[in-house]
Design a protein around this ligand. Sequence first.
Ligand SMILES: C[S@@+](CC[C@H](N)C(=O)[O-])C[C@H]1O[C@@H](n2cnc3c(N)ncnc32)[C@H](O)[C@@H]1O
Length: 255
Amino acid sequence: MMRLKLRNNRHHRDNDRGNRTHTMAIDNAGAKYPGPFREEPESLFERCSWFYAFCREHLFHDHTATISHALWPGARPGPDTHLLEIACGPGFYACSLAQRYPDIQITGVDLSDRLLSRAKDRADIRRLKNCHFIKANVLALTQSLDPVDAIIASRFLMVVEDRPQALHEIFSALRPGGRCFIAEPTSALRAALPLSCMWFFARLMGDWTTRFHEPGRAAVMNQHEFQSLIASQPWSTVSLWQDHWYQYAVCDRSC
Ligand SMILES: C[S@@+](CC[C@H](N)C(=O)[O-])C[C@H]1O[C@@H](n2cnc3c(N)ncnc32)[C@H](O)[C@@H]1O
């Protein structure tokens, strides 16, 4: 069972909707991320959640089949499998895998209330009972979660402020014998487009003074940087490859 330190999340609309999928916040959620104060940087993903959700749905590659094959090659996951999608955004993979494998439990974590709300709506529309979303900071994930069997991290390392810490958290959040799938864009130009548009929309909506966490350009890693980052954790096996759009890592933790 997953251990969560839960608190009520006042920003969500859960209370007015009886049978919605649970969205919860865990204690680490405030760490190193947007606060309510004017001088603190905010998140572009929160401010322009609608635009990111549109891009995720209609413009970005769907790696669901690749993820399934990478995490559970030639087999279905066991019924007690617990899969974590970190920085899940609008919950695209959490929901598609929950639909594909109704026996497993999936948790999506993110810091954006609005994206989490979209993820929850997505799960509700599909009537998914095995898919839950919580607000949590991936940079302090293991303070609040018991180890899981598998982790997905898609398009996350290019935006997170402390990549080595993020990777350490991914490693630590996996149980021994667990496996993670990581996908990162390879083109700085293509990855920069959604971010630039979000900056543009934020300014267009009159947001001239707000400081945002996210960089103007996505911090896309080259092949060497990606390899070095992956190698920073004591994985038992690592498989790395790339195609025209993304670089991938599938890593196993043995101890
Ligand atoms: C580029 S989006 C990726 C979303 C999704 N994984 C996908 O494939 O489309 C990055 C996501 O990371 C989230 N994020 C950034 N820093 C985070 C952190 N420290 N903890 C949790 N989520 C974070 C943002 O809110 C955003 O939803």
